[in-house]
Design a protein around this ligand. Sequence first.
Ligand SMILES: NC(=O)c1ccc[n+]([C@@H]2O[C@H](COP(=O)([O-])OP(=O)(O)OC[C@H]3O[C@@H](n4cnc5c(N)ncnc54)[C@H](O)[C@@H]3O)[C@@H](O)[C@H]2O)c1
Ligand SMILES: O=C(O)[C@H](O)COP(=O)(O)O
Length: 535
Amino acid sequence: MTIQLRKVLISDEIDDICLEILRKNGVEVVKNCNLSKEDLLKEIAGYDGLIVRSATKVSAEVINAGVNLKIIGRAGTGVDNIDTEVATKKGIIVMNTPGGNTLSAAEHTCTLIIALTRNLGEASKSMKDGKWDRKKFMGTELYGKTLAIIGLGRIGKEVALRMQSFGMTTIGYDPIISSDESATFNTEWMPLEKIWPLADYITVHTPLIPQTKNLINDAVFGKCKKGVKVINVARGGIIDEDALLRALQSGQCGGAGLDVFIEEPPKDYTLAKHPNVIATPHLGASTIEAQVRVAEEIAQQFVDLAQGRSLFGAVNANALANALNPALRPWIQLAEKLGTVGSQLTKTLSVNNVEVLIYEKSLEAAGSALVSSVMIGYLNTSLAENGDILPKNLNIINSPIYTKQSGIKTTSTNKCKSGQLKSGITVEFQSAGGEVLEICGVIAGEHSLLTSVQANTFKVAASLHGETIVYRVDKPVSLADIISAAEKDGLKVSAISASEVKHGQGFGIINLELPVTQGLNHLNQTVNSAYVCSL
Ligand SMILES: NC(=O)c1ccc[n+]([C@@H]2O[C@H](COP(=O)([O-])OP(=O)(O)OC[C@H]3O[C@@H](n4cnc5c(N)ncnc54)[C@H](O)[C@@H]3O)[C@@H](O)[C@H]2O)c1
Ligand SMILES: O=C(O)[C@H](O)COP(=O)(O)O
């Protein structure tokens, strides 16, 4: 799969280095940060790529209007403003720049913790109002206090390291970070229920997902120390805003540092205006350094992808990473061709399971890419022939979704250590009734070759390339007879290969110089069945 990146739209405020890098690499770029939703819907059809920050809402409507979109880039971390599910279904890559703004977001979190504990916001405001009030703004030290970090990923870890220098004890929770790993940055991993009563400060650094929505709510505030302070530089909604207001009003929560809100900008500023709240308008990543970094990174990632070098930052395209690896590319192509041939030879079977068996060591990690590619070939033919609506752009990104929809189960199995002398890959198409079609292929140089069907070996491996006819016989038929029949059907044969005939079946591949334009009457009288494939 190659990505043709001719024209990219930048619809949010992104550093100009992004435009420079893209243009230097021959990509036309338009930056327009003032597009209304309606304008964006009209404009987007003309672009192959879109780059945003958090302001542009890349909804299903926008993605559907982007009929030429191949890639959506987020110059930043959170992709919650992009409908990644719809993009994936349409075969569009979604990419972010993980890490580019980590330090800035971590520093902003630390700034809010410090500002909260010394009432900096209100104290500064009172000075601006011409007041000298030293008593009202008595603070507390951070030294010796406990900071709970929910989400021990990139930002959570950097916050821990920085706040430890103030003498804070850091504890935390993350479902995928082990206690050993969190111990490497001096943070004791604990389950949430143990954390709540211990924390003097709680800071959240998770994505906003169903599991983290309203993670800190009325019940949690009830389990915390009276006066606990909370900080959210992650996403609005991880702390329940209504519950927070109630806790601030009752004094159960002693203060909140908020950079993000459920609605941005908020319609209701009650929370931001509360005297114990320090609020900033989503400034976590707003530093010169972070903005240059994310702009540079997203542009370079776009260029690397278009030039087939890397897929760094893609959040929805694991399989594609293998497809871009030059060493694996021919195998990925072979897999798709085996899928196409398999779909022709299983026309009479109701396939419900497809298994890819891998006999090459170099392909051990490429199972999901090979399966996705087999299914592109299989579905492209079988959906078309069943009269189903074919997705416009069936590719390695959305093939798993359409496979799931088709009800076919898929697996890949590494057979390298099985001691068998086989090479290449084998695809087994299995029906509910227990019938199996097994086809095997290998790569020679860059060429895809079919080596056997149903364990019937081809005397000379057949080339899977271009306009091809796959046929089946139930007894040996001479190649001369088959070529003669094909020529009577107006075909120009460039090569032919046949398998041995065992247990009443044999298979063959006819390579053609030109596409088939008429019926295969003579051929169909000479072999049992013949199918046209474009490979
Ligand atoms: N305010 C800003 O300007 C700003 C800037 C950068 C990032 N962010 C946001 O900060 C958040 C964290 O970013 P990051 O780069 O550290 O991401 P990350 O992926 O490195 O870390 C997030 C961590 O959250 C953990 N997590 C997921 N579900 C969890 C749960 N139920 N409970 C506890 N932990 C859970 C994950 O396992 C992961 O380790 C993201 O939401 C991102 O969008 C905001
Ligand atoms: O997830 C992120 O990267 C931050 O929320 C930054 O968002 P921004 O690019 O809109 O500042």
